[in-house]
Design a protein around this ligand. Structure first.
Ligand code: ATP
Ligand code: MG
Length: 324
């Protein structure tokens, strides 16, 4: 047995989770576009709204996380990442934005301190590992935050200003549930319009992530939505990007991958990041001698196909339950 044989460390593959920044590949056109026309403009004081559009599992959340880290580093935009899964009403959204705001300072102590001080009433138990959120207080104030989202975000900005931030980067992800509510389209348009008319406007980069159907649904509910977003499409990755990903991921855990193995893993991933992680993860656990060879790769592809099948079936079951 070679390196890594027998005992396994941490897998560098993240099926079902946004990818860590150091393993993020491709997307240079989209990143460049959102950094210059989005983040760069916001830093100059001009608010921008972007819709990151792409199929399920194509990498919308991953590029958003990557952009938030980059925009924070390059332009000092304060990132607030809000997954809206489960939210149906605007009040649910408000709660989630508030909670995301509370947690948004986590990596920068000076900001964390200001935010937790300001929003102390929503903080429950403090522990060594962070804090719990007080759902009762949050629920009570959600309606006023929902109707005053812009003043709330302005306040975040004002309070963090002297930590060096130049604006806010608010990402609303997992919008599937909430787009069904016609009020959501109106809420977003209202937020963008109110900010455009403010003097000066809040330097806000607003990013929504979703499949094309969800954007269409928003437009059906409120036609002017069509014009407020710069739509950025996320496509499958190119073969050389997938190849780059496997090389980086395997070498990060000191595994070597043989050429023909790499070729078939790239081929069967077909540019889909979700499949790429499933295949990679299977190969990682399959390998016993520190070298991923052709047989490991083929076995991994079969295992991943099995996983994809299972997940597909689960999703069907889930979707059907949802409709009923
Ligand atoms: N650019 C990338 N480089 C490497 N891995 C990626 C990249 N983009 C996405 N991934 C991986 O692909 C999978 C799907 O990515 P992600 O969750 O970001 O997609 P999504 O479009 O947000 O999916 P969903 O529609 O389920 O919300 C994850 O395992 C993630 O780690
Ligand atoms: Mg996602």
């Amino acid at each position: 047995m070679g390196i890594g044989g027998g005992t396994k460390g941490k897998s560098p593959f993240y099926p079902g989770q946004p990818v860590p920044i150091e393993l993020f590949v491709g997307r240079s056109t989209q990143v460049e576009r959102i950094m210059t026309r989005g983040a760069g403009q916001v830093t100059e004081g001009k608010p921008v709204a972007v819709f990151i559009q792409g199929e399920y599992g194509i990498g919308k959340s991953s590029i958003t996380g990557y952009l938030q880290a980059l925009a924070e580093k390059q332009y000092q935009l304060h990132p607030i990442y809000t997954p809206l899964g489960g939210a149906e009403m605007i009040e649910d959204l408000a709660q989630k934005v508030l909670e995301a705001t509370l947690r948004s300072g986590a990596l920068i102590p000076q900001r964390a301190e200001k935010l937790t001080h300001w929003l102390a009433k929503y903080i429950g138990e403090q522990s060594l590992f962070g804090f719990t959120i007080r759902a009762d207080a949050l629920q009570q104030d959600a309606p006023s935050i929902a109707s005053g989202m812009l003043p709330f975000l302005n306040e975040v900005y004002a309070r963090l200003r002297d930590t060096g931030i130049t604006g806010i980067f608010l990402a609303l992800d997992e919008i599937n549930g909430i787009t069904r509510n016609p009020k959501f389209a109106h809420f977003i348009k209202g937020l963008v319009d109110a900010n455009a008319l403010a003097n000066p406007p809040l330097p806000l980069l607003l990013v929504l992530c979703g499949v094309q159907d969800r954007r269409r649904e928003m437009i059906e509910h409120h036609e002017p939505i069509e014009r407020i977003f710069d739509v950025v499409e996320i496509d499958p990755l190119r073969p050389n990007e997938v190849s780059d990903f496997f090389n980086r991921a395997f070498s990060s855990v000191n595994l070597r991958i043989e050429d023909d193995a790499l070729k078939s893993m790239v081929h069967y991933s077909a540019g889909f990041p979700k499949i790429m992680h499933l295949v990679g993860d299977a190969a990682y656990w399959r390998d016993m001698d520190g070298v991923v060879d052709y047989q490991d790769a083929i076995d991994a592809v079969y295992m991943a196909a099995d996983e994809v099948g299972k997940k597909f079936v689960d999703q069907q079951v889930f979707t059907n339950q949802y409709i009923v």
